[in-house]
Design a protein. Structure first.
Length: 255
């Protein structure tokens, strides 16, 4: 069941989204060669704590997970696509890092992700990240009243495939609001004109995931959380929480 948010609720979600935006900005600024992933998690915890927000990630345990998630951010490095657990791993020159973060404030949730390189960037990584951001922008542009979920999925998938990248099957965005994951599912590939019609008040987390090698295969790492590319190539992830409104999509986690 899809809950349509009131304009007041959307404003409240924007406040939660801005906590997420601040946390991601702080994490990106702190990320440098030699900094550990656990240290980045502490940076995000500090931002959430200062804002009076809590983490919908911390302690989250979906059906596939062997253990509750132990952190407030996901840190996915190089061939990790999503759901990476922060560890003592220290960032190295040239690493590609994807960071996903959520915040709950006054009963409303925001969720966003970005990818970036540490130290000297590889041109191939820059192109991969830029394409993820373009795919996200295309998906958001399609999130208008009267369109359908398939229009968002088609817009994302078209950008990814045209650039020669893989798209992990079965993973994509989702509805969001009082809970981090709500209906509807928002695939990263699909047929235009299909699926649920978009209405004013729908809140969605749109999140393309790209695999550099062009294949779609992935597998779960030994921790049961981290998803890695089967071909060993690098991955990028971009995400925003948005609201569908009569005046166009409103990005609630804009940085």
């Amino acid at each position: 069941m899809v809950e349509l948010k009131t304009d007041t609720s959307i404003d409240a979600m924007y406040e939660a989204g801005q906590v997420v935006a601040s946390a991601l900005t702080a994490v990106r600024e702190a990320a440098d060669v030699g900094v550990s992933l656990l240290e980045l998690d502490e940076v995000a915890r500090g931002v959430l704590r200062a804002a009076g927000a809590t983490s919908p990630f911390l302690g989250y345990r979906p059906s596939f997970a062997p253990t509750p998630f132990p952190a407030v951010i996901c840190t996915s490095v190089n061939d990790a696509i999503v759901h990476g657990i922060p560890t003592g791993y220290r960032l190295r020159d040239g690493d590609l890092v994807s960071v996903d973060c959520g915040a709950e404030l006054d009963g409303w949730v925001g969720d966003s992700a970005l990818s970036f390189t540490v130290g000297t960037p590889r041109p191939a990584d820059v192109r991969l990240i830029e394409t993820a951001e373009r795919a996200l922008a295309a998906g958001i542009e399609a999130a208008v009243v009267g369109n359908r979920i398939g229009d968002i999925a088609h817009a994302i998938g078209t950008v990814c495939r045209a650039a020669g990248y893989g798209v992990p099957d079965g993973f994509g965005g989702h509805g969001i609001g009082r809970r981090m994951h709500e209906d509807p599912s928002v695939p990263n590939e699909g047929r235009p004109g299909r699926g649920m019609r978009l209405r004013h008040g729908m809140a969605l987390a749109i999140e393309p995931m790209l695999i550099a090698g062009g294949t779609d295969g992935f597998h779960a790492a030994g921790d049961g959380w981290t998803l890695r590319t089967d071909d060993g190539t690098r991955a990028a992830h971009a995400e925003h929480t948005i609201a569908v409104t009569e005046t166009g999509p409103r990005i609630l986690t804009a940085r």
